[in-house]
Design a protein around this ligand. Structure first.
Ligand SMILES: NC(=O)c1ccc[n+]([C@@H]2O[C@H](COP(=O)([O-])OP(=O)(O)OC[C@H]3O[C@@H](n4cnc5c(N)ncnc54)[C@H](OP(=O)(O)O)[C@@H]3O)[C@@H](O)[C@H]2O)c1
Length: 272
């Protein structure tokens, strides 16, 4: 079952780079407005605080969907499974709903980390497994390396970046995409087209951007510290962009704006 494409879990609340009261308040607001899917990572160093907030939200275990990601430093036989056990302890959970490999390894050889990920799944530490920041070729290779289906490749996805190669790989491999940097960390708001289109639907620029992502077949992962934005980002299921507006936004992907470059992140692969 691909939980990413079902109901509430099409919209995930991301926790990077939040910590402390900011994280707690944001998660409380997110829970109140309806989010049940939450995204953290070993790299974010906020799993324990995320676990505290989840416990305080008090949802039944089967109501929530919790994703965490294994740090590339743990892509070895010695520390992979212990690091996942540590994540579970911090999150106060017996299992996560989705366990991702946060990045491909620096040497590009994905076999060991995928095998260890599958072991974590078999050990019951994760209901589902997936990857993040994989290239199209890595998606294709992954399906030949392990048998367990990958439920997502979480990647940078917004209307200022053309990800058609990854979308085609998602169709080919059956590994759906999920987004991060969904509003390009605010860069989308420099382009008036999104607010202009939104006016026709009584929606904000951010809602138009997120709706476009959903209509590309990609589940969304957003982060905000502000209640109004958190609520707006969740409320994107009650309208549909027309094919004309989808095409106008598709044209914006020629902007070629990428947040996560190899200068920012040392593990970044050669992007498609
Ligand atoms: N797998 C990976 O490698 C990876 C990489 C990066 C991120 N992620 C995940 O994806 C999540 C989201 O990505 P991101 O936080 O990097 O980028 P993002 O969602 O594109 O940008 C977040 C920024 O956009 C603003 N924003 C959000 N909604 C808004 C709205 N409706 N109106 C106006 N401004 C809005 C927020 O400001 P305010 O607080 O002022 O609203 C925040 O500063 C992260 O939290 C993390 O969980 C994963």
């Amino acid at each position: 079952m691909n939980i990413y494409f079902q109901g509430t879990n099409q919209r995930t609340f991301g926790t990077f780079p939040l910590t402390g009261d900011e994280l707690r308040n944001a998660m409380m607001h997110a829970g109140e407005v309806g989010y049940r899917s939450f995204d953290t990572a070993q790299l974010y160093e906020n799993e324990a605080e995320t676990g505290e907030a989840l416990a305080d939200l008090g949802f039944a275990r089967d109501e929530i969907c919790v994703t965490t990601k294994v740090h590339p430093d743990n892509f070895n036989k010695e520390t992979f499974l212990p690091s996942v056990e540590e994540s579970l302890k911090k999150l106060k959970l017996d299992f996560v709903d989705v366990l991702l490999l946060h990045w491909p390894p620096a040497d590009g050889d994905i076999t060991l980390s995928l095998t260890l990920l599958e072991q974590a799944h078999k050990a019951g530490y994760a209901r589902n497994i997936g990857v993040s920041n994989y290239t199209a070729q890595m998606m294709r290779d992954a399906t030949k390396i392990i048998e367990t289906p990958l439920v997502t490749n979480q990647v940078e996805f917004h209307p200022l970046l053309n990800q058609d190669i990854l979308l085609a790989a998602a169709t080919e491999t059956g590994i759906p995409l999920s987004s991060y940097c969904s509003v390009a960390r605010g860069e989308v708001f420099k382009h008036p087209i999104f607010a202009e289109i939104g006016a026709g639907y009584d929606k904000t620029a951010a809602q138009v951007v997120l709706r476009w992502i959903l209509q590309k077949g990609v589940s969304i992962n957003t982060m905000s510290t502000k209640r109004a934005n958190i609520e707006a980002n969740f409320n994107v299921m009650d309208f549909s962009l027309s094919s004309i507006d989808m095409a106008r936004i598709d044209a914006m992907t020629q902007t070629g704006f990428r947040i996560v470059t190899s200068e920012l992140v040392p593990w970044a692969p050669e992007w498609d």
